[in-house]
Design a binder for this molecule. Structure first.
Ligand code: SF4
Ligand code: ZN
Ligand code: ZN
Length: 306
């Protein structure tokens, strides 16, 4: 395989794009692709203060590196979930995130679940039915709340997460199998700000995991190599495995699935959630002040308030 740009030996072959590139041109190509996606969906510009959620893994560090190189104003947020029992997952992940930020002179905010709410994620998962049934669902709720709170309190304009194409296609498959119209109506790469919620964007939604791993490797980024111990029970892994099989025999499956979904969203195939926005404008959680659709305490405060 030869690089399409310079003809040298290719370092990466992206069958879904029918494109092979050498390391030098791949390291130029991925930031350019990411920037085009940011601009196409008007995610943010260079005047915005952007908060990026950083886990210490390859996706979030690759994305942060790219946004930094492109000249966007970024600060990172690492959420210490206290997952340090069977393996020291959280503390080691934090070290990778902190070293990355220090090497580039970037600011990394740290939010510790245990320091702020006196409980680690594993403890919370043991104590609650939702956590026992599905720790990742509980974790998602906790992370969304802390991310939004940090963005609101820190005066950021936009919140960035490093969800990649593999994540988005797996979530889409799960929501389609359940015909969850509520979730299908909110799967776009830009969720506009709503009262009490910052705008949330996913610049890597069209970037597959293989590309972000290749970028991190070729760029010399050191990332947390171990998976979270809870991930082995995550349903998303099953969906990812099926999608990977389909992708291997039909390259481009994930990208087509996601792109056709975006077209369906744009054509109004799913409800637009306006009713929810109106309810959200009217109701605030009495404990944390975040909007809540149910009235009374929000889902996060129901977890932490005894
Ligand atoms: Fe949270 Fe699940 Fe991810 Fe672990 S695998 S960090 S519990 S969402
Ligand atoms: Zn080249
Ligand atoms: Zn609340």
């Amino acid at each position: 395989m030869r690089c399409r740009t310079c003809g040298k030996k290719a370092a990466i072959n992206m069958r879904h794009h029918r494109l092979s590139l050498c390391s030098e041109h791949f390291l130029e190509w991925l930031p350019a692709q990411t920037n085009r996606f940011i601009q196409k969906h008007v995610m943010f510009d260079k005047t915005d203060r952007v908060l990026i959620a950083v886990s210490g893994g390859k996706d979030s560090l690759a994305l942060w590196d790219i946004l930094w190189r492109l000249g966007y104003q970024t600060e990172g947020l690492y959420i210490d979930l206290g997952i340090d029992e069977s393996i020291t997952y959280s503390s080691r992940s934090q070290e990778f995130a902190q070293s990355f930020a220090d090497e580039r002179g970037l600011k990394l905010h740290i939010a510790s679940l245990n320091s702020e709410y006196h409980e680690t994620l594993p403890e919370m998962a043991m104590r609650t039915k939702r956590g026992r049934d599905n720790p990742c669902s509980l974790c998602g709720l906790v992370k969304r709340h802390i991310l939004n709170n940090t963005a609101v309190n820190g005066g950021f304009d936009t919140l960035v997460t490093a969800h990649n194409l593999d994540d988005e296609a797996a979530i889409l498959l799960a929501n389609t199998l359940e015909w969850s119209l509520e979730h299908l109506s909110r799967g776009q790469p830009v969720l506009p700000s709503r009262p009490g919620f910052k705008r949330k964007v996913k610049p890597f939604a069209r970037t597959c995991e293989f590309e972000s791993a290749a970028y991190s490797f070729l760029r010399g980024i050191k990332w947390m190599p171990d998976e979270c111990p809870f991930s082995k029970d995550s349903k998303q892994l099953y969906y990812k495995a099926y999608l990977n099989e389909w992708e291997a025999s039909m390259p481009g499956t994930k990208l087509r699935f996601y792109n056709t979904y975006l077209k369906a969203l744009e054509s109004g195939a799913f409800p637009d959630g306006q009713e929810e926005v109106q309810v959200l404008e009217a109701q605030r959680c009495p404990n944390c002040g975040q909007p809540t659709i149910t009235g009374g305490l929000c889902a996060f405060c129901r977890l932490i308030v005894p």
